[in-house]
Design a protein around this ligand. Sequence first.
Ligand SMILES: C[S@@+](CC[C@H](N)C(=O)[O-])C[C@H]1O[C@@H](n2cnc3c(N)ncnc32)[C@H](O)[C@@H]1O
Length: 253
Amino acid sequence: MRDTIAEHYENLARDYDGNWAHSAEYVEWMNRLIAEALDLRPGDRVADVGGGTGLFERALLPRISPDTPLLCVDPSQHMLDQVPADPRVRTVCAGAEEVAEGRADLPYGELDAVLVKETIHHVPDVAATVGGLARLLAPGGRLLIISLPPKLDYPLFQAALDRFAERHPEIADIAAAMRSSGLDTRIGQHDFAVEVDREHYIRLVQRHKWMSVLFTFTDEELASGAEEMRSRHPEQTLRFTDRFGFVLGRRPE
Ligand SMILES: C[S@@+](CC[C@H](N)C(=O)[O-])C[C@H]1O[C@@H](n2cnc3c(N)ncnc32)[C@H](O)[C@@H]1O
């Protein structure tokens, strides 16, 4: 499974930032929410775990100096290769589990802020990884996990929605793992309204397999999924809501 996921992100890396979901408006909106939630102070030691191409670190960078670079940590070197060169960012090729278990080569013994966005579903044991990340936090440190809920409102074909649901942890379970790791934890939800041309969306599903779950279907299954999407959604413009669970934990001082 790890190899399949690695292969998926290897194929996706070059186009990742140009994905339809990453419209400038969405990226700016999400970046602002992340910066507000993590509330960085100068000198904070920050890691974006599963940070991919670093797209959602941008609003954090004004608070970061090259003396204490932000760590963009990801097991896919292909994703990390897309991170723009910036002296305030250091890439580290490692998985969240390695970070959580203290096996990743990080320049900091503890962290003041950790971001995990749309990545936690890739780890086999969510509670263990959340617990390990929580242990790395300095007093007052924040852990922000952003994840889609298992039940999506996306206009995808049913088998993809079902498989997505099987593979995604409940937001409440992520929060429970944080609480039992000793963090003061709260859950938020942020919604983004999406409008996209139906055929463009179907191309992203069928040809680009832009979500990792789509990579688990054969080309024939995706072709029949595309037909199902057309018959369920005859409208030319698809409108739906992207719902993000924000789970924020803080280590008591
Ligand atoms: C959907 S992308 C999200 C990237 C970035 N956080 C963002 O929101 O743009 C998921 C990322 O998780 C990474 N990933 C896959 N397995 C992982 C693991 N076990 N630990 C950490 N990251 C992982 C992938 O390489 C990919 O970059």
